[in-house]
Design a protein around this ligand. Structure first.
Ligand code: PMT
Length: 217
């Protein structure tokens, strides 16, 4: 039995991909399964936290009455849902893979196959995490960085730009890391520290992240 080290604490955790509709049958998405975020939610709940888990489309299941699951589809919906709970959170962990861009126009009817080329215009989504950083009061704010090159440099830029207390880097260049795997390999950066971990199950990675947060609260 885990000690209830987070009793009385409220966690806001995001998980999974977002889907950006192109028309009623098609969307732009990504490979996130939601596992990393669900494992974080489960481990925080085990340690006594009340968890609001906001997830995009995922087949992951929750297993603890301390977790309330809010399902959303698009980045816009995730943004709106997050800011209903952010003010009252003690800890926020953004492990969702949020779409950076969304189709400018969502066609109301199925797009027909006519021309040889089809152009879909995309517009930038608001950055949820960056907005959270701007509005941060006493929350301990954790972001993820999913990179394929210049990993550490990019993660450190995100840490500062988004005003985070901790960023968890995972690189798709590391075998077994990132999405769709049962495992992950991460590195932590805070404004003053860094710490590397070996490849482990996402359950174990969730424990490492929450142990680190436990020390800082
Ligand atoms: O779900 P799994 O299959 O288990 O995979 C886990 C994971 C690989 C998705 C996860 O470990 C992970 O890395 N999540 C973040 C993926 C991502 O979108 O990273 P990013 O570097 O593009 O974004 C940086 C941070 O900004 C993230 O915390 C992201 O949630 C946040 N963000 C990004 C864009 C946006 N519009 N709003 C955001 O809040």
């Amino acid at each position: 039995e885990a000690k209830e080290t987070f009793a009385g604490k409220k966690f806001l955790i995001t998980a999974g991909p977002t889907y950006e509709n192109i028309d009623p049958v098609r969307f732009i998405g990504n490979h996130s399964s939601g596992k990393m975020g669900f494992d974080l939610a489960k481990e925080a709940a085990k340690r006594g936290a009340k968890v609001i888990l906001i997830s995009g489309p995922s087949s992951q299941k929750i297993d603890n009455k301390n977790i309330t699951l809010h399902k959303i589809t698009s980045a816009k919906e995730m943004f709106d849902e997050v800011f209903k709970y952010y003010d009252s959170a003690d800890v926020a962990i953004m492990s969702a893979a949020v779409a950076d861009y969304t189709p400018k126009v969502k066609a109301t009817e199925k797009i027909k196959k006519n021309e040889n080329e089809l152009t879909i215009e995309l517009v930038k989504n608001k950055d949820i995490l960056r907005t959270m950083g701007e509005q941060k009061k006493n929350q301990f704010l954790v972001g993820f960085a999913l990179e394929t090159q210049n990993e550490e440099e990019n993660a450190k830029v995100k840490l500062v730009k988004k005003n985070l207390d901790l960023i968890v880097l995972n690189s798709l260049r590391d075998e077994g890391a990132g999405f769709a795997n049962e495992t992950n390999k991460v590195k932590f950066f805070t404004p003053t520290e860094e710490q590397s971990f070996s490849l482990k199950s996402k359950e174990e990675v969730a424990k490492d992240i929450l142990n680190f947060i436990e020390e800082k609260l």
